[in-house]
Write a protein that binds this ligand. Structure first.
Ligand SMILES: Cc1cc2nc3c(=O)[nH]c(=O)nc-3n(C[C@H](O)[C@H](O)[C@H](O)COP(=O)(O)OP(=O)(O)OC[C@H]3O[C@@H](n4cnc5c(N)ncnc54)[C@H](O)[C@@H]3O)c2cc1C
Length: 277
């Protein structure tokens, strides 16, 4: 949809130009990723946008220490990374699986960005699930020219709430090689086949037996369970039950009741535990 209140559109082409615009950001002047959210509902408070797509940041950078995903990488670019080209990273199929969890057409995938998905911070944000399961670390630029790092699982603190201060920009997400060497499994529950995720769980099993489970969509903010080995079924269920107290209660919105989300989280987590045995 057209946003008729928008009067300015900046399209910075280089890092210096981006940084120069950060101090001017606020509720009325916002960063623009793919715009699939910003142009989907009225934004009457927005007067200006800073479009990041002209930066041409390399979407995906493969290195010995892991995979760096630019905030401007589209879901399609992430999904197209060929796991067969990186056989030493068995976790890579999780990238496309998480993109599939965003039930938009390929048209949406070609525009929606990883950064936009994380910063929008919907409980159903599949890039949040991906980064939480793979120990993803956000690289953030602030308006004073500094850079800080924070686990993506900590960056999202509630439904549409993050730790980003006014003028801060998510530059990239680093997925460490150690996590990419794990085996992974994903489960999703929705009220309808093409519905938004009401429960989205991503699990990982490392070479040393370590078990990680990211619980998203069922809670207002991501939870990450880490255990040195595979928990037993009762232990895992008890750990999940406790999340309601530490992570703001089971989420309640038109995509699912708290009770159903709780039950499906238990059920799907057990499937992941069994798959990663
Ligand atoms: C059909 C359809 C289905 C959808 N399904 C889902 C779904 O299942 N789950 C889900 O989470 N979303 C869903 N969405 C919402 C949205 O499309 C996605 O979250 C998408 O990934 C947002 O990315 P974007 O690049 O388009 O963000 P934009 O709309 O460009 O921006 C979203 C927000 O992030 C901010 N932002 C963008 N980039 C940065 C950055 N680098 N640093 C700081 N802030 C930034 C913007 O200012 C804005 O507040 C859906 C949308 C549609 C149209």
């Amino acid at each position: 949809m057209d946003q008729l209140t928008v009067e300015t559109l900046d399209r910075p082409a280089g890092d210096d130009e981006v940084r120069a615009l950060l101090p001017g950001l606020g509720p009325d002047r916002v960063l623009l990723g793919g715009g699939t959210f910003l142009f989907s509902v009225p934004q009457p408070h927005v007067r200006g946008m800073v479009d990041l797509t002209a930066t041409r940041w390399p979407p995906l950078t493969v290195a010995d220490d892991g995979l760096t995903v630019a905030a401007t990488a589209t879901l399609a670019e992430l999904a197209d990374l060929d796991p067969a080209a990186h056989p030493h990273w068995p976790a890579l199929p999780l990238l496309a699986a998480c993109c599939e969890a965003l039930v938009g057409s390929r048209k949406i995938w070609h525009v929606a960005t990883v950064g936009g998905n994380i910063c929008l911070a919907l409980p159903a944000g599949p890039m949040i699930a991906l980064a939480a399961a793979l120990d993803g670390v956000a690289v953030i630029w602030d308006p004073a020219g500094r850079e800080r790092r924070e686990p993506v699982a900590d960056l999202v603190v509630g439904a549409q709430r993050t730790t980003l201060a006014p003028g801060e920009l998510l530059r990239s997400v680093h997925l460490p090689a150690a996590a990419l060497r794990g085996r992974t499994a994903l489960r999703k529950a929705s009220l309808s086949p093409l519905g938004r995720s009401a429960v989205l769980l991503a699990g990982r099993r490392d070479d040393d037996g370590g078990f990680t489970l990211a619980v998203t969509a069922a809670l207002p903010r991501p939870a990450v369970l880490r255990r040195p080995g595979l928990p037993d079924a009762d232990g895992l269920a008890a750990d999940l039950d406790a999340l309601a107290h530490t992570h703001g209660g089971w989420f309640d919105d038109p995509h699912g009741t708290p009770e159903w989300r709780h039950a499906m989280t238990r059920h799907l987590a057990e499937e992941i535990r069994t798959e990663l045995r």
